[in-house]
Every structure is written in structure tokens, then in C-alpha cells.
Design a protein around this ligand. Structure first.
Ligand SMILES: [Zn+2]
Length: 325
């Protein structure tokens, strides 16, 4: 079996034929196309644990009261079955053709263990956080913020010793101190909605990647400076943030981004969705995440003559997913 059609690459769309048996890719194709083919999406920031809270989120709570320490979300997490909630989120991840997730895992070691029983054909990078002053669970640290977590630098050091990644939320609802962030030297920072141009330049110069979650930000009335990040040539990824606030479907996220950031080219938006955080993953030069030959693909129905317009059109549907991780 083969998929034939325009395949999205780092150099735009190229007509190709993909052999679904062995994933061999050849240039060009004969006969009719099957649709438009894009690499599996990367969702670079999720909190899958609160997916099933989506129908019960109280309206009009501030960011602090909803997701801050001791806030509504954390009470919900204590009272509900987190595994069921993560499974619900993973169903969306899989059905939307997402091949890589970076999930901030609440709940210490138990929170990480939830994934032991979950089968996912893609790659899940789990960033843990300790419960009640324990040590860092797992090898990656997902730090809620410098303000909320007093021992952030200890967690970052512990993650680095284990060869793990460090991610942290910063300047989501108000501008936070940039020098403290640079000193922490995380691998990536999430949000930066209230970062100044100068802050972004410092982050870029420090080799720190950035993840933006525009639908989640919109919920709290924030807008990330995505145009500026792209202008600066930052290493960017898209995330969907809390599962209770919006779906984890990257097509829905990028269609929203297209509406909200009309000056950004569709090629840039699609590239971030498919190849997000490439620099971070390739720091050691050995990553397989950005090797197109080792990625999987999504086949989308063509509904417009222009490939980009078609992908971003809500009428375009996922016809198939070829996993390869
Ligand atoms: Zn988050």
C-alpha cells in the first residue's frame, strides 16, 4: 500500500510516494494523489491529567484560582481518577495524529506511573514534579513556575544529572524576572505572553527554546508574542496546555493560530506544528525526532487547491495515520 501526494517537508511541499509497508519514500508519484501528507504533529506542552475536567471547569476563575497552587484544578486532581483522565487525553492525541508529546505530570512518582499502563505508538516525554518535598521523580523536570517552586534550581540540577530535560512556565499572566529564568537555564520555557522584546532576545541568546499555547492563553486573556519569536528565529513549539481548557488536537490549535495571527505565513505555522523544538531535540546531534525518515505521517483529505489552505481548512479530515517511532 502506498500514499501518494504532496508531503510537507522543511522545504515546503514535495510530491512523493510513501510505501506504507516499509516507510520508504521516493520522489514524485504516478497517477492520482491520495491526499495531502504531513509529518505527525508534535504537541510540546500538555497537562493530560485534567482532560476529564473539561465539562466541569468553573467559568471566570482567574489563572491563579484555576490552576495555581491549591487552586481548583489541583483539588480536582486529588478527587478524580487521573489515569482515566490521561487515557481520555491520549485518545485525542492518537486520533489527531500527534507523534510526540511533552506532558507536565503532576502528582509525583505516582503521576509518572500512570503512563506505565498506557500504550502509545508515539513518543511521550514526561516531565515530573515532586510531591511533598520528595526528590525529582523521573529524569525530566516540569516546573510550574519560579514563583511557585522555591527549589526550582535543585530540580533543574537533579534533572540535568539524570540527563533529562527541564521545562518551566514563565511570564504567562504577567511579566516575570527574566534574569532568574536565564540563571535556571531550562531547556524550554512555556508561554512568555508578557515577555518584552529584550526578554525574548535574552532567552534566544541563552539557547532556551520556547513553547506557546495560544488557545490556552486566549482563555485567560493573554496573547503570546509569536510574531516576534518567529522574527528572532527562536526555536519554537506549539502546545495545548491544560486538557480541561481545550482539546489536545494540534490541527485545532493551528487553525486557531491562523485566525489569531493572520500576519504569520501558513508554512511557518505548519512547520512549528510538525518540527517544533527541533533545536532542543538536536542539541546532542543524535536525536531521531527531527529525522523525517523516522517520523510518521498523517494523510489529510484535500479540500482546497492550495496545500496549505487545505490543511488549515476545517473541512479537511484525517484519512489515516502511519506511526513510525
Ligand atoms: Zn502548562
Amino acid at each position: 500500500m502506498f500514499w501518494k501526494g504532496p508531503v510537507f517537508t522543511k522545504d515546503g511541499f514535495r510530491n512523493r510516494t510513501i510505501n506504507l509497508e516499509n516507510c520508504e519514500v521516493v520522489e514524485g508519484f504516478d497517477g492520482e494523489e491520495d491526499g495531502i501528507i504531513v509529518p505527525l504533529f508534535r504537541n510540546c506542552h500538555t497537562h493530560l491529567g485534567d482532560t476529564l475536567a473539561r465539562d466541569t471547569v468553573p467559568k471566570d476563575l482567574s489563572l491563579e484560582k484555576l490552576v495555581g497552587p491549591g487552586g481548583w484544578k489541583h483539588k480536582w486532581l486529588e478527587k478524580n481518577n487521573i489515569e482515566d483522565s490521561v487515557v481520555a487525553g491520549m485518545k485525542e492525541i492518537i486520533s489527531s495524529g500527534t507523534g510526540l508529546i511533552l506532558d507536565f505530570r503532576e502528582g509525583g512518582k505516582e503521576g509518572l506511573n500512570v503512563f506505565d499502563n498506557i500504550e502509545y505508538p508515539g513518543t511521550a516525554i514526561l516531565l515530573g514534579r515532586p510531591k511533598n518535598g520528595e526528590e525529582l521523580p523521573g529524569k525530566n523536570a516540569g516546573i510550574s513556575s519560579l514563583k511557585d517552586v522555591v527549589n526550582s534550581s535543585d530540580l533543574a540540577t537533579a534533572a540535568r544529572k539524570k540527563g533529562g530535560l527541564v521545562g518551566i512556565h514563565h511570564s504567562e499572566n504577567e511579566r516575570e524576572d527574566i534574569d532568574a529564568l536565564i540563571n535556571l537555564a531550562p531547556d524550554f520555557v512555556v508561554h512568555m505572553c508578557h515577555a518584552s522584546d529584550d526578554d525574548l532576545e535574552k532567552v534566544k541568546d541563552a539557547g532556551i527554546s520556547v513553547v506557546v499555547c495560544p488557545r490556552s492563553n486566549e482563555y485567560f486573556g493573554n496573547i503570546p508574542p509569536l510574531e516576534k519569536m518567529i522574527d528572532l528565529g527562536m526555536d519554537i513549539g506549539f502546545g495545548t496546555d491544560n486538557g480541561m481548557l481545550c482539546s489536545v488536537n494540534m490541527l485545532e490549535e493551528i487553525r486557531f493560530i491562523r485566525e489569531k495571527f493572520s500576519s504569520i505565513g501558513l508554512d511557518s505555522i505548519l512547520s512549528i506544528a510538525c518540527f517544533g523544538l527541533d533545536d532542543m531535540f538536536n542539541k546532542d546531534g543524535t536525536s531521531t525526532y527531527s529525522n523525517l525518515e523516522q517520523s510518521g505521517w498523517i494523510l489529510l483529505s484535500r479540500v482546497e487547491e492550495d496545500e496549505y489552505e487545505s490543511v488549515f481548512d476545517t473541512k479537511s479530515e484525517i484519512l489515516g495515520v502511519r506511526w513510525r517511532n
